[in-house]
Design a protein around this ligand. Structure first.
Ligand SMILES: Nc1ncnc2c1ncn2[C@@H]1O[C@H](COP(=O)(O)OP(=O)(O)OP(=O)(O)O)[C@@H](O)[C@H]1O
Length: 300
């Protein structure tokens, strides 16, 4: 079995107004994991710790199953593609071609053909300095450059920030392709619900510097539902994961549950069917999760 691509063990990072951590989490190999959470919850800090542009005050990080307390070797760094939240200062005055030449020295696995193909698909102008590009053009350059070494791990900090809908769709396609052809694991931070829906296998929720858990996206969406049944409110006592309920009309109630599959099993065995169900929107799910309702099937 492939080792986890990244493991955090008891990680703490003190910031001016809050502490990020404790973080204990492993990112499994071969999946897309979405890091979600409100502004300032610690997502970028976590990603920057993986890149060693920020160092934890306590705890240990492992890359592909190994810790490197004396610094990340270049050979391991070359296996990781990174799209940071901000443009890197070293490259700020370079043109696309100069920045690509700089990176191709750094990454000996750099695939110039793939980079050229991605740039032309994304329609990025080549001879222009990165600082003179639009935000979206710069973002597209960053995504192409992070994918060009065909890394084992791709880390994307709010990758779609500034992308137009066409570029966004193309990015989603390219990330799927990257997973298929290069077997790349992906960890991304995002606020875009549709991005999570289209890309993520797992969702990790961050809140106030704490990681509230990791759960399979499909299990989250299959289990967190609003349901309508032709029963009175007494039935709710026998059902798990009830968040809220409402009397819709005489003899009909609706309720929100975090354990819809189990609720369905219990009702079915009592000969009761749903009148209808509605999947919660992901932002409703995340709001409830932050409010303390834990999803079933949380990954350790
Ligand atoms: N260089 C820094 N020095 C001190 N505090 C920092 C630094 N960078 C971030 N912080 C603080 O750490 C906390 C977490 O910030 P971080 O950027 O990791 O959050 P985030 O979840 O990525 O937020 P967003 O969704 O807004 O990008 C915030 O309270 C922020 O003010």
């Amino acid at each position: 079995m492939e080792p986890d691509v990244i493991s955090f063990r008891n990680i703490h990072k003190r910031r001016r107004t809050k502490t990020i951590g404790p973080i204990d989490m492993s990112i499994p190999s071969g999946y897309i994991v979405a890091l979600v959470g409100p502004n300032g919850s610690g997502k970028s800090t976590l990603l920057n710790m993986i890149m060693q542009t920020v160092f934890p005050d306590e705890g240990e990080i492992s890359w592909f199953g190994q810790a490197y307390p004396d610094g990340l070797p270049v050979s391991v760094r070359q296996q990781i593609g990174f799209v940071p939240e901000q443009l890197s200062l070293e490259e700020k005055n370079l043109t696309v071609d100069e920045a690509a030449a700089f990176r191709s020295i750094w990454y000996d696995n750099w695939d110039g053909y793939l980079f050229d193909e991605l740039l032309s698909r994304f329609d990025v102008p080549r001879g222009v300095r990165l600082t003179k590009m639009s935000k979206g053009e710069r973002r597209k350059f960053e995504i192409a450059a992070a994918m060009a070494p065909r890394p084992k791990l791709l880390i994307l900090d709010e990758p779609s920030s500034g992308l137009d809908p066409f570029a966004w769709k193309l990015m989603i396609e390219q990330l799927h392709k990257c997973m298929r052809t290069a077997d790349t694991s992906i960890l991304l931070s995002t606020h875009i619900v549709d991005e999570i829906r289209r890309l993520a296998d797992y969702v990790v929720l961050m809140h106030h510097g704490k990681q509230l858990g990791m759960v399979e996206k499909d299990s989250l969406l299959d289990n967190w539902k609003e349901c309508w049944v032709a029963q009175d409110a007494a039935i709710l006592q026998d059902l798990p994961g009830i968040v809220s309920s409402r009397q819709e009309s005489a003899g009909t109630i609706s309720f929100i549950t975090t354990e819809c599959l189990e609720v369905e099993r219990i009702l079915h065995s009592a000969g009761i069917g749903f009148i209808q169900t509605r999947s919660l929107e992901l932002d409703e799910v995340l709001g409830l999760w932050i409010d303390g309702y834990s999803p079933a099937g949380m990954r350790k």
